[in-house]
Design a protein around this ligand. Sequence first.
Ligand code: NAI
Length: 237
Amino acid sequence: MKILITGGSRGIGRVCVELFAKNGHQVAFFYKTREDKAASLSESTGAEAIRCDVTSPDSVRAAVARAAVALGGIDVLINNAGISGFAFFDSITDDEWREMIDTDLSGAFYVSREAVKHMLSQKSGVIINVGSMWGKVGASCEVHYSAAKAGLRGMTLALAKEIGPSGIRVNCIEPGVIDTEMNARLSEDDMAALCADTPLCRIGTPLDVAELAYFLASEKASFITGQIIGVDGGFAI
Ligand code: NAI
């Protein structure tokens, strides 16, 4: 398969790149700034590293076109790039709100809109959006993040209906607390409390998420579309 992964230079995206590449698939990934990390990942996996800011439609257009040429098409898109934020609701600035929506929701829209063109022409494809359990249950002091991720739910459902007849499946993974740089601001006590609130009593790993993405991308999931699936140890039950 030919896979495009956004936000691939670290965290969940990086492990997705490694998992698909290790299993013999052709992979291209987008990175925003960390050229050093992107280059080392490209070297160790053979994946194509492409610089792209998903908040910029122009950057996305050029980068998806480059990925399609490098891969010879696009079979699977994983919309993984994202940022998080923590602020009291009434102190979220206009810029913070816009940056969150632009990255976590509009970014997936821009990249999907370009990638879908390639999938429509081949009448097959898979889109996997990486949402968050906070898009399902809401997080205090993360209204902008929760709103953006809830938007991804709606986009997943609507797009699955619209392009299912063209042989394209669209699903959304909602991770719980995963051990990546995104949670670096949390203290050990915070992490212990989140762990205690998780029925399976542990923090998730990027591989927990990547394994589900791998399954959803595969033919084994060929009758699964429009689904929102948690990888959260039961946190958001
Ligand atoms: P991370 O912070 O390690 O990685 C995020 C990636 O997105 C980075 O590679 C970053 O460069 C990229 N990115 C951010 N803004 C971008 C932009 N404008 N253009 C292109 N790339 C951009 O975080 P992690 O944990 O690997 O997150 C991956 C996804 O999983 C995100 O969508 C996040 O919201 C979601 N998630 C993570 C959870 C966690 O506990 N770590 C929980 C629930 C969801």
